[in-house]
Design a protein around this ligand. Sequence first.
Ligand SMILES: [Zn+2]
Length: 485
Amino acid sequence: MLRRGLRVWLLWLAASVLAAEQQSGTIAEGTPWATAWFAQDSGQPGPTVLIVGGVHGNEPAGARAAAQVRHWPIARGKLVVIPRANELALREGTRLLPDGEERDLNRSFPREAGEEPRGELAKALWAFVGEVRPAWLLDLHEGIGVRQQDAKTTGSSIIHDGRAATAAKAARLLEAVNATVADVDRKFVLLDGAARGALARAASERLGAHAMLLETTWKGQPLSLRVRQHRLMVHRFLTDLEMLAGGPDVLMPPERSEGEVRVALYDAGGAGASVAILEKKIAGTPGARVERVGPPEILAGALGQFDVLAIPGGSASREAKAITPEGREAIRKFVAAGGGYVGVCAGAYLATCSYAWSLAILDARAVDTEHWQRGTGDVKIELTAEGRRILGDQAGLIDIRYANGPLLAPAERPDIPDFAPLALFRSEINKHNAPQGVMPGTTAIACGAWGKGRVFVSSVHTEGTRGLDALVHRAVQWAAQREPR
Ligand SMILES: [Zn+2]
């Protein structure tokens, strides 16, 4: 093991000195199906591995994992990645091709020798695979359920092509991913034989590639977890082939692009459905590159790859519990070292000093926590002078979405710098016996410093209110210590 580790490390060193040759291009160029491919040629002898994501547009985890994996520096052989094979379907979130014919792309590849692929996209993809001639093909998918519990789904399975070498590799990937699945009823299983017309099956039967489908389960599991399961399997695969020396929790490319703002968005335990809209709004920030993270990434130290951690609405206590005390300490250290924190609603509660499980990175407490369930609806807020400086000059009252967020007041902690109120509540919601008159005048949006980092919290849902995208962008830029553009 040590010897192999050393060998891979030396190969990796050689490859990093020589710098793997990067190539990219477009499949089905000039058509509505156009999609990018990326290749790294290490210049060292070794296998050609093709990784495909996004064949089904309603299975986002594979596409996201492939987009991360394509940046992993390889030590030998060649790594070719098509992160978003079915770009149009991914944009629409549909399984079938949105071409009016309702075709399943993964049943469109040649079933018999000499048979043509069905449809323009399958033809273009098949021609590309034929040119690449991969020794190995991994096609990253998702199923709705868990195969172990439901024979009608392929979720949480690895489907190999039945050849001995492929089956042996599949067993290794199974071991890697199942080591992180605590629930025995949810562990991945091996299956033999993909459907006819599937890319993996056609590549195996027609082109002689060793091919597998990796299938995560999308129902009831955060995207960060499913993406990580794909990463873990691909990582084990490339490590076994002595192509890779790094770890599985590399989510960001080694090189930064000009003006890039790297945002980790928490989406796991306790996070509410609003995480999807928050992601869209954050992604609109100039230079933003957003990836979802959960407790495993936080505990693995992956926050170090990012400029900002964003925590969405949901249940703050459940977020805190899922993140674990060690994860919360990792977040505190991340911010203290210069990272940014953006917390919305539950994410705002989490940053305060209100509870034993709070991060205590902002010198704020929530007022009247006894009546935290004061209700949801639109409220009016007003930016302070500091708020207009940081968030943009918007005078007067702003109507904004509120959903049981904290009413912020100073916590008077001597060890934390005072926060600056950026917006105050100017109206109130006081359902469920919450007393009248408590909410107006308390702080709705605040910012502060923690170590070398910046903390921005919003009790109100800037992301969930039409026309306030700029507030989200400004918050992210401020937390990342960038000048607004
Ligand atoms: Zn699929």
